[in-house]
Design a protein. Sequence first.
Length: 211
Amino acid sequence: MSDKKEPSTYQVQIAYVDPEQPEVTIEKIVDIDLATIRICGSLSSMLADLGGSGDGEKCLPLPYHAQFGVEASEKAIEFAKHYSVNPLPKEGDNTEYPEEDAAEPTAAASSTSTAPKKISKPIEINDFEKAFIESLITKDEAGKQDFKLYWNVYKTSEHIDIVRLVKVMASHIANILKDRTPDEIRSYYDLKKVLTDEQEQKLRDEIEKME
């Protein structure tokens, strides 16, 4: 029987390819504690593929997309680290899981339409999460709000599979969209109009004819 203990931290490699300079790859190695890794679904799966505990020396490559950036990965990990130290109360996840759905679905269960479904409830964003989101919205030289890091962290959270962060970001976006007109949404996020007013009107007319 082996006396080898599970390492308390692991090295994780964050890689980033600049879309404007695809030949340049920026790499950074960070130490992440085991509790944080377990909140990051992709990293947790990698660790399981290494046999559960690994040897503490292998470097886990963080899944990334060329446009996400190292900073977005670090911010997402920062969020996960907070909840590894300050876990939410069980009811704080705001997600109901029927008892029949607690185990991994079998092939038979997944093929039937009567299998129980997970019921998601809206996320109530707490003070830490509000402050975290605010830290992602920076300002450019002209003083306008810059959402680049905001969107990159959202995409990174989906990629690394940090469930709580995905839900928080999605809920924040939903709250922004609520009761706003398309023009107000474009103004808030500083989005460029893809269609001209004439093209939009033509599209509306065509949709009305189809209806």
